[in-house]
Design a protein around this ligand. Structure first.
Ligand code: FES
Length: 252
C-alpha cells in the first residue's frame, strides 16, 4: 500500500521527535492516492504527507486538553478538500520539520502561522494509540496538584484533572494572578493583554510548551514565566503568582 507506514515507523516518529517526516510518503497536490481499505491499514492507521498552501481551508479541532490537533472541517472549495485525500478527524502530526504530535492548540496554530505560503503537512489517520504504538493515558484521566505560592499568604494546593487551563484553575479558586489594575482590565483569558503572568517555579516541563506568541510576550522574563491563560498543566507544578516582572513588561 503506497500510503501506509507501519507501527514501528510511527514509534520512531515519537522517539525521534520528527526528523523522519521526509521519509514518509510525500504527496503532491496532483497525486492520486490509492484508496485506503486494507485490513492492515484499518488496524494500524497510516500517515501521509501532502503539500498544500498555508491557507488550505482546514478548520482545526483539539481534544479536551486543547492538544492533539485534528481536522475538524474542510471548506468545500478549499485546497485541502480539493485533494480528496484529507478527511475530518485526521490528526496533524507535523508540517515542515515541526512535529505537532500531542502539541497544544496554540503552539500548533502559532507555528503554522510562521510557515511560508506552501508547506508539507503530515497527517495521521487512526487512533492516538496507533500513532504512538501503545496505550495513551488521556490527560483528563489523571489528577495533578498545583501548589500556589503567594507572598504574605500560606501556600495552597489545588487538585485538578490533567490538561486544566492554569488561569481558569487559579481564578476559579480565588487566586489573583494579576498585578494592580489589570485585575479588572485584563482580557479575560483571550491572550490579548499579556498580564496574567505567573512563575512556574517547579514542574514547568509538566506544562504545555510556550507558543511562539507567548514566547514573544515574555521574551525578557525567565523561561519559567508563563501566560497562565494559555498554559495547561499535565503534571504537578508549583506556581508563584505576582512574581516580579521586567520593567518593560506592561502589567498595569
Ligand atoms: S488574561 Fe490576557 S493574556 Fe492572559
Amino acid at each position: 500500500m503506497l500510503c501506509c507506514i507501519h507501527s514501528f515507523q510511527l514509534r520512531q516518529l515519537k522517539s525521534h521527535g520528527f526528523p523522519v517526516v521526509n521519509s514518509i510518503l510525500r504527496a503532491k497536490k496532483n497525486w492520486n492516492p490509492e484508496p485506503v481499505n486494507s485490513a492492515e491499514d484499518k488496524a494500524e492507521g497510516f500517515a501521509y504527507t501532502i503539500e498544500l498552501p498555508k491557507r488550505a481551508g482546514i478548520s482545526w479541532g483539539s481534544d479536551l486538553s486543547f492538544s492533539w490537533i485534528y481536522v475538524l472541517d474542510l471548506e468545500p472549495d478549499g485546497a485541502a478538500a480539493s485533494t480528496g485525500l484529507i478527511q475530518k478527524g485526521d490528526y496533524i502530526i507535523g508540517f515542515g520539520n515541526t512535529s505537532t504530535i500531542a502539541k497544544d492548540f496554540d503552539y500548533v496554530i502559532s507555528a503554522l502561522n510562521n510557515e511560508g505560503k506552501m508547506l508539507n503537512y503530515t497527517f495521521f489517520r487512526g487512533t492516538k494509540e496507533e500513532l504512538l504504538g501503545g496505550p495513551v493515558s488521556e490527560p483528563q484521566d489523571t489528577t495533578v496538584t498545583v501548589t500556589v505560592v503567594q507572598k504574605g499568604k500560606p501556600d495552597i494546593k489545588i487538585q485538578c484533572p490533567g490538561g486544566t487551563n492554569l488561569r481558569r484553575l487559579l481564578v476559579g479558586n480565588g487566586v489573583n494572578v494579576y498585578r494592580s489594575l489589570t485585575r479588572w482590565t485584563n482580557c479575560n483569558g483571550k491572550q490579548r493583554c499579556g498580564t496574567c503572568i505567573v512563575d512556574v517555579m517547579k514542574g514547568n516541563n509538566n506544562c504545555s510548551r510556550r507558543a511562539l506568541d507567548e514566547e514573544a510576550v515574555l521574551r525578557e522574563n525567565p523561561e519559567t514565566y508563563r501566560l497562565s491563560c494559555v498554559t495547561s498543566v499535565y503534571g504537578d507544578v508549583t506556581v508563584e503568582v505576582q512574581s516580579p516582572v521586567q520593567a518593560s513588561q506592561w502589567t498595569r
